[in-house]
Design a binder for this molecule. Structure first.
Ligand SMILES: NC(=O)c1ccc[n+]([C@@H]2O[C@H](COP(=O)([O-])OP(=O)(O)OC[C@H]3O[C@@H](n4cnc5c(N)ncnc54)[C@H](OP(=O)(O)O)[C@@H]3O)[C@@H](O)[C@H]2O)c1
Length: 262
């Protein structure tokens, strides 16, 4: 049987790197894409030690030529693409009045436009195979808007809408599309949270805080059992429902836990 071929964007750190290491235990072929080649090299050696194959493709997802190179290099090496994990993302997490226009554009470009372009680049391959799985890393903030990160929320709501529309369009095509919506995990995108956890590992849990390894386990599980959407932690599905049905209650709840997170 063919080993699954999986492309991970944002594989150089955080959730993407943890997922690469997690999937490596399952004898897979991984294309590791991000800008920092040195970091990708470290992830690739771990992947190979765990018995899987790794291909490093230094990629800036805001560059369309890089995206096409990432897809072509994967096809040249393994001849197929089973999973695209669209994980690359950034967050400036600054109030809109303070955010420089270039940062706004960059955040939308990386989190939303690049994710759409990566998907568009692998889609003909998956349609030809009549199989595949596109996993788009959105966020809980793509379902429940939080104060102080309006541009990030806009991109992640966009990722969710894009995923759900494409999923409906591709029904019966053999291609699954999933929106993966985690709460908070300490990583480079959440520097204050990361620093706090590193300095005080025994500190009381922030609401919804999960280690990257747990998030990676859930992505591995999603690959085994494709679903429309995953909300992590699962109990936060209630928050999503409340935010939709009772936005006034959500206003109070969300301000409280956003304040705790930052
Ligand atoms: N951490 C959380 O609490 C949390 C919660 C919900 C959702 N998420 C989402 O999870 C995803 C991964 O975030 P993380 O927490 O793992 O943060 P992270 O450690 O900062 O990882 C972000 C990854 O995106 C890559 N990236 C950024 N800009 C890129 C570009 N232009 N081209 C290619 N790759 C680029 C980075 O690699 P290079 O810098 O090497 O390019 C890095 O590998 C993001 O989409 C984020 O929005 C995170």
């Amino acid at each position: 049987m063919n080993k699954p071929v999986i492309i991970i964007t944002g594989a150089s750190s955080g959730i993407g790197a943890a997922t690469a290491r997690r999937l490596a235990r399952e004898n897979v072929c991984l294309t590791l894409a991000a800008r920092r080649a040195d970091r990708l090299q470290g992830v690739a050696s771990d992947v190979e030690k765990l018995g899987s194959e790794a291909l490093i493709v230094p990629t800036d997802v805001t560059n369309r030529a890089d995206i096409h190179h990432m897809v072509q290099a994967t096809l040249d090496r393994w001849g197929r693409i089973d999973v695209l994990l669209n994980d690359a993302g950034i967050s400036y997490d600054e109030p809109l009045v303070d955010l420089e226009p270039d940062k706004i554009r960059n955040e939308v470009q990386v989190n939303l436009i690049a994710l759409i372009e990566c998907t568009q680049a692998v889609l003909p391959v998956m349609l030809g195979q009549k199989s595949g799985h596109i996993i788009n890393v959105a966020s809980i903030e793509g379902l429940v808007a939080t104060p102080g990160s309006s541009v990030y929320c806009a991109t992640k709501f966009g990722v969710f809408g894009f995923s759900d529309s494409l999923r409906r369009q591709l029904r019966d095509s053999g291609i699954h599309v999933s929106a993966f919506c985690p709460g908070y995990t300490p990583s480079e995108i959440t520097p204050r949270l990361k620093a706090h956890v590193e300095v005080r590992p025994d500190a009381p849990h922030h609401p919804g805080l999960m280690p990257t390894n747990y998030v990676a386990d859930q992505i591995a599980r999603l690959i085994r059992h494709p679903r429309r959407m995953v909300i992590l932690p699962r109990s936060w599905s209630v928050l999503v429902l409340v935010a939709f049905l009772f936005p006034g209650i959500a206003d109070a709840l969300v301000s409280k836990f956003k304040a705790k997170r930052t």
